[in-house]
Design a protein around this ligand. Structure first.
Ligand code: NAD
Ligand code: ZN
Ligand code: ZN
Length: 344
């Protein structure tokens, strides 16, 4: 089968021919219907050898959807041909976190060598993929896999981030979304669907700000130091209740920090790795900083349900597997609007 693999540190991913995998006991093979292109892949491929943690070659793709194609021994209650989305942050299934569905915070995954597809395990950018357990599969039903595959990360991650701050997103509140890319443009829609908060979007690209308006942001501003005063003015000088930072480099974390109101949340989702001062005298009092990772299994079910009932619409650019390297090149140049999705 064909697969897109990251094979050499510092080089572009390559389309290669590899053996079609067979499902082992308890595993499920999917015929992939769609695979999303995430900025985290670009981040990982930008790491120098001393910081790169996965084995090579790495079949990319941690947003996946497919049809059930073959069952490993012992897998029951799953029909061949069912259209499913893949829950990506695989855990052990047994620890306390996994037991409540938060496999994204499994306390055993590292020790047991359990890795998400595309981030350690072979991913979805291939004609077929192996899913470790049937519990990671959520039926898509009538949802189009290509339009909705990215809800498994670009939807689930902001959904989980928003749920953790829901009590602060009450009527009259204001929140800021920094970075209206794959995750951010879904975040804007989720915020409008889940909360009465006013949504302000910041980005360095005018096109992305236009997308933010199209998907429901009430205000958009260029992401630059002057945005602090503009956003403070919008809130009668009080500051914002929650900042969702989908970049989280030093520039955006400084921006967010300067906009917070007391008891607000600064939610760092991007992997930009800036640093923040913390303490009573260094910013808005009693504000909290959270850095959520992906989301839980029940939350993926919730996001897909929300897509059905509230029309969450991922803005997708579709690529063939042969053209997938171009999708990554465009992502790297910040030229993708919404999410690039690969259809093998
Ligand atoms: P993306 O490339 O699709 O979007 C990034 C957006 O940020 C673009 O619109 C870009 O114009 C904008 N941007 C860049 N610099 C900016 C700045 N200084 N100010 C404002 N906007 C700026 O990326 P994505 O796939 O949506 O991922 C976003 C981030 O989230 C990445 O860092 C990714 O690695 C991370 N991520 C984290 C998790 C998690 O679980 N925490 C999950 C998925 C992705
Ligand atoms: Zn991702
Ligand atoms: Zn676990």
């Amino acid at each position: 089968m064909k697969a897109l693999q990251y094979r050499t540190i510092g080089s572009a991913p390559e389309v290669v021919e590899i053996e079609t995998p067979e499902p082992g006991p308890g595993q499920v093979r999917l015929k992939v219907t769609a695979a999303g292109v995430c900025h985290s892949d670009d981040f990982i491929m930008s790491l120098p050898e001393e910081h790169y943690v996965y084995a090579l070659p790495q079949t990319l793709g941690h947003e996946g959807a497919g049809t059930v194609d073959k069952l490993g021994d012992g897998v029951a209650h799953l029909e061949l041909g069912t259209s499913v989305a893949v829950y990506g942050p695989w855990g052990c299934g047994r620890c306390y976190e996994c037991s409540k569905g938060s496999e994204n915070y499994c306390t055993n995954a590292h020790e047991f060598g359990i890795r998400p597809p595309g981030l350690g395990s072979p991913g979805s950018m291939a004609e077929y993929m192996i899913v470790d357990s049937a519990r990671h599969l959520v039926p898509l039903g009538d949802l189009d896999p290509v339009k909705n595959v990215s809800l498994t990360d670009a939807g689930l991650t902001p959904y989980h981030a928003i749920k953790g701050s829901l009590d602060k997103l009450h009527a009259g509140s204001t929140c800021v979304v920094i970075g209206v890319g794959g995750l951010g443009h879904v975040a804007v829609q989720l915020l409008r669907a889940m909360t009465p908060a006013t949504v302000v979007a910041l980005d360095i690209s005018e096109e992305k700000l236009n997308l933010a308006t199209d998907v429901g942001a009430q205000y958009t501003f260029p992401s630059e130091p002057g945005a602090v005063a503009t956003v403070r003015d919008l809130t009668r000088g009080e500051g914002v209740n929650v900042v969702f930072d989908f970049v989280a480099n030093q520039a955006t974390m400084d921006l967010g920090h300067a906009m917070m109101r007391p008891q607000g949340d600064q939610v760092l989702v991007g992997v930009g790795a800036g640093v923040l001062p913390v303490g009573l005298t260094t910013g808005a009092m009693e504000s909290a900083i959270r850095s959520p990772y992906w989301g839980s299994r029940p939350e993926l079910i919730e996001v897909l349900d929300l897509a059905r009932t509230s029309g969450i619409n991922v803005h997708t650019e579709v690529y063939s597997l042969d053209n997938a390297p171009e999708a990554y090149a465009k992502l790297h140049r910040n030229e993708i609007m919404g999410r690039a999705v690969v259809v093998p």
